[in-house]
Design a protein around this ligand. Structure first.
Ligand code: ADP
Ligand code: MG
Length: 597
């Protein structure tokens, strides 16, 4: 058989490598900024157009490149950062693989200008899909400017899979946060479509974090400092009450390189044990300094994964350091999340809510007797359920359910169990309904119905609520303000980083407004959610979650009845807006089976 193996032409090899290095505009931003950092820059400017799809430009005042180096820099495996394989174990720069510029050039149109101090003129190269298009010389300051136009212009399939400008911008901002936090000594500027979003002056780490995330993070920062022979650990953790449902505030840096480490994350998580609400994640900005020969960063082209030589010991050191800091700052004893989370009723505080439920049982009760005897259990109700909140009317139960359970409202007998479930007997069995999930479903549908079918009424606030925002949230606010208005909020940008809430949706308790807005911003920053929910859906969910009746609230029979009625006139009755089961049913047949009847 004839020889069949070919060596791939360089531009094909580059396109393949680009698949790993350049996933989306944010990867380009990361690589270009890292090159600027390696070039010793003290000012790095990032300019983005249309979420990076149209243009990404990074301008620095670093050392620049000689004319020949500039020509070489876009070739594959061209790097000034390592020479031999042994250098791989003493890497002090961000880059070393020599494949970023060549990969980027393989999938975009590049305009590179660079000048070293020995040259009077800068060289300007234009490259398209790896082949040089033009070379000229022009006046330019020392340093480098790289513009990337029309990313993936020659791979339509990849370009098609890019998300909306705002989603791509969020990814870019995430990368920008990571590099700018890891180098607070460098000044960074960031502009999107001519709007300056960040101008971060050289500063200490703490100031840099505040400049990025806003003043409100300041009081939540707990300093961390530990020196051991394996690693020096420094930075900040966030007090547990600033924890989020997403990982947006989690940053590990090893020798100033941002990395992802589920293993170290677990160590942090375990040191917060008992301090976090369920499903909440601690926030941290943790810097590790380790010997370069004790780690391997060359595991993946994006260099965000690292192999540590002494992983187990590092885990233990980190855990004890954080526990120590949490203890030293007296954080552990002062918090009582159980109280905050589950016992704080939405509609005024119930003292009885903190006691075990007391129930007087009517011993004559027969749940399967089909009479009109309504009150079987007398709860020691100190009720908190606000009826006015439930608006969905109609007692018409969906047919499917009618068939399934012979649901007839006249036949319903019900009682509350553990102040958490509503147990209802129906002709063909028993329903056990999770009260808080049922109410979430009702409020969610009700809210969506109101904003889609009618004009939402707004209640004007006599005393407006002020809400501080950071730069990130300011970006989201401009995207979101129309939807917030259509949902019944009147919110204006009062000062640069201050919102003023003048009106809120009708029947929304004022004390819940801040946490609803917190939640909305958080949902928008969480790009990890696979499904792309519409903006009003996110708002309806936050609204339902914050305002739904909680567990541990005792309900009057009439209130229990109302929840049942309203639930079964919802479009969806089985699962809550958060995909949780709302009720379980046990049919008469199942009961018979269990009793061997
Ligand atoms: P790597 O960073 O892994 O070496 P790159 O493809 O990112 O590979 O860059 C190739 C080379 O181009 C670098 O090693 C460096 O010498 C040069 N270079 C790239 N960007 C800059 C810059 N902004 N300033 C100075 N030199 C640069
Ligand atoms: Mg590089």
């Amino acid at each position: 058989m004839a020889d069949i193996i070919n060596l791939l032409p360089e531009h094909v090899a580059n396109q393949i490598a680009a698949g790993e290095v350049v996933q989306r505009p944010s990867s380009v931003v990361k690589e270009l900024i890292e090159n600027s950092i390696d070039a010793g820059s003290s000012l790095i400017q990032v300019l983005i157009s249309d979420g990076g799809k149209k243009m990404i430009k990074v301008v620095d005042n670093g050392c620049g490149m000689s004319n020949n180096d500039a020509r070489k820099s876009i070739k594959r495996h061209a790097t000034s950062k390592i020479e031999t394989a042994s250098d791989l174990f003493s890497i002090k720069t961000k880059g070393f693989r020599g494949e970023a510029l060549s990969s980027i050039a393989a999938v975009s149109q590049v305009d590179l200008k660079t000048r070293i101090k020995d040259n009077e003129l800068a060289i300007n190269l234009r490259v398209e899909g790896n082949s040089a298009k033009d070379e000229k010389f022009l006046l330019s300051p020392i340093g480098t400017s790289v513009s990337i136009h029309n990313l993936f212009y020659n791979i339509p399939a990849r370009r098609k899979f890019l998300k909306s400008d705002s989603v791509e911008l969020r990814h870019i901002i995430d990368e920008f946060h990571r590099v700018s936090i890891s180098h607070p000594e460098i000044q960074f500027k960031f502009t999107h479509n001519s709007n300056e979003l960040f101008d971060l002056k050289p500063a200490e780490l703490k100031k840099r974090i505040i400049d990025i995330f806003g003043e409100k993070i300041n009081e939540k920062l707990v300093p961390i400092k530990e020196k051991t022979s394996l690693a020096n650990i420094s930075g900040f953790i966030l007090k547990p009450d600033f924890s989020k449902k997403t990982r947006i505030n989690q940053f590990f840096f090893v020798n100033n390189r941002f990395i992802k480490s589920p293993f170290l994350n677990h160590s942090v998580l375990s040191s917060y044990e008992g301090l976090l609400k369920p499903n909440y994640k601690p926030g941290y900005f943790l810097f590790f300094k380790v010997d370069t020969d004790s780690i391997d960063v060359n595991i993946h082209p994006t260099k965000t994964e690292i192999k540590f030589e002494n992983e187990q010991s590092l885990y233990a050191i980190l855990k004890s350091t954080i526990k120590h800091s949490l203890g030293m700052f007296n954080i552990s004893p002062s918090l009582d999340f159980n109280y905050n989370e589950s016992f704080e009723p939405t509609y005024g505080k119930s003292k009885s809510g903190f006691n075990n439920p007391k129930i007087e049982v009517n011993s004559n009760f027969n749940p399967f007797e089909n009479d009109d005897n309504q009150v079987y259990f007398k709860s020691n109700s100190n009720s908190n359920y606000n009826e006015s909140f439930i608006e969905v009317e109609s007692k018409s139960f969906p047919n499917s359910l009618n068939n399934l359970l012979d649901f007839k409202s006249s036949a319903i007998k019900l009682f509350q169990f553990m102040n958490k479930y509503i147990v209802s007997s129906v002709q063909s069995g028993i329903l056990i309904i999770h009260q808080s999930r049922a109410h979430e479903r009702i409020l969610y549908e009700n809210f969506l119905k109101r904003i889609t079918q009618t004009n939402v009424s707004t209640q004007k606030l006599v005393i407006p609520i002020e809400y501080k925002i950071n730069k990130n949230e300011k970006v989201f606010f401009s995207e979101l303000s129309d939807v917030l208005t259509s949902c019944g909020f009147t919110i204006i940008l009062k000062k640069e980083f201050l919102l003023e809430i003048n009106g809120i949706p009708e029947k929304c308790p004022k004390e819940n407004v801040k946490s609803i807005i917190d939640d909305i911003f958080e949902s928008f920053q969480n790009k990890s959610s696979k499904i792309n929910f519409s903006q009003s859906d996110i708002i309806a969910k936050s609204f339902a979650k914050k305002n739904a009746i909680k567990n541990n609230i005792s309900l009057e029979i009439s209130e229990q009845q109302k929840i049942l009625d309203d639930l079964f006139s919802c479009k969806e009755t089985l699962i809550s807006p958060f995909n949780k089961k709302i009720f379980i049913s046990v049919s008469n047949d199942e009961l018979k089976k269990k009793f061997n009847l």
